[in-house]
Design a protein around this ligand. Structure first.
Ligand SMILES: Cc1cc2nc3c(=O)[nH]c(=O)nc-3n(C[C@H](O)[C@H](O)[C@H](O)COP(=O)(O)O)c2cc1C
Length: 265
């Protein structure tokens, strides 16, 4: 049973989430300040660890910055065409600075667990923004490639050591095709939702799991060069790609600040 075949009575919120799709082509229409503010407000209403709000949202207004991001985030030109771009930072700098100005003796600088919590906060806030936008007819797309080129983004946005770009979200009104386009299929629920303990999947499970993907994209057996099946296709295209190499290098560079002995903030 897949998520898409579960028959339940839909309410407005469930229908919105069921039909949401990432939008990468925006019509030439501005988003009003009022709508932008509603999206930001919704982000800030998201649950947050200990109500600490371990994130910062930078609105990218400057067209030149958008153009730069369109290149630095693995060359995705639609970023520059989005009328509303939000950068979400996992931010422990604010608390760290607050502790210092509060003259807390021997402030413990943020560590890996603090970072994870801040990432959770930032991403949950981002998803609230996505759903709020959707409810106002505004589409969106996450840009994970903001994790690349850490040093460049740090300088571009004047980021302190403990403010890490975790995601970028582009917003904009979709074109008329949006409503007719089917939502992207998900893996069957049995491979994603377990009860009480983890289950390692076997070969036959993977065949079933990837059936929706196969039907949608690979019905003609059109794999990337060098690949004989979907697993090999994704390994070459995603896991061992140049952009993943860069992402891993970049995150490693960012993480050095979160280790007590190397921090000079
Ligand atoms: C963390 C994250 C990073 C993503 N990064 C990108 C990206 O860099 N470029 C892009 O076009 N889409 C990106 N996406 C959108 C996904 O490709 C999209 O959500 C997925 O294909 C499922 O499609 P749907 O959102 O229409 O259901 C990202 C999504 C997430 C959650």
């Amino acid at each position: 049973m897949t998520l898409r075949t579960v028959h339940i009575k839909m309410n407005e919120t469930l229908r919105l989430m069921e039909n949401r799709k990432s939008v990468r082509t925006y019509i030439d229409k501005d988003i009003t300040r009022d709508f932008k503010d509603k999206i930001i407000h919704a982000a800030m209403r998201a649950p947050t660890a200990g109500n600490m709000m371990l994130y910062t949202i930078i609105e990218i207004e400057d067209q030149d910055l958008k153009e730069k991001l369109a290149v630095s985030c693995d060359n995705q030109p639609f970023i520059a065409k989005s009328p509303f771009v939000l950068l979400f930072l996992a931010d422990y700098q604010r608390w760290n600075d607050f502790f210092r100005v509060s003259k807390v003796p021997h402030v413990r600088p943020p560590e890996e667990g603090d970072l994870m919590l801040a990432c959770c906060d930032a991403l949950i806030a981002a998803q609230n923004a996505v759903i709020a936008a959707e409810s106002m007819g505004i589409g969106s797309c996450y840009i994970g490639d903001i994790l690349e080129n850490h040093e460049y983004h740090k300088e571009l946005f004047d980021l302190p050591d403990f403010a890490l770009p975790i995601t970028l979200v582009c917003f904009g009104y979709p074109n008329e095709n949006y409503d007719t386009k089917k939502p992207a299929p998900r893996y069957p629920r049995e491979f994603v939702h377990y009860k009480n303990s983890y289950k390692r999947l076997k070969s036959k499970d993977f065949l079933k799991m990837y059936k929706p993907v196969e039907d949608r994209y690979f019905s003609t057996g059109d794999f990337i060069e060098g690949a004989e099946n979907i697993g090999q296709h994704f390994y070459i295209k995603k896991h061992s790609s140049d952009f993943m190499k860069e992402m891993n290098r970049s995150v490693r560079a960012a993480l050095k600040y979160w280790k007590t002995d190397e921090t000079e903030n």
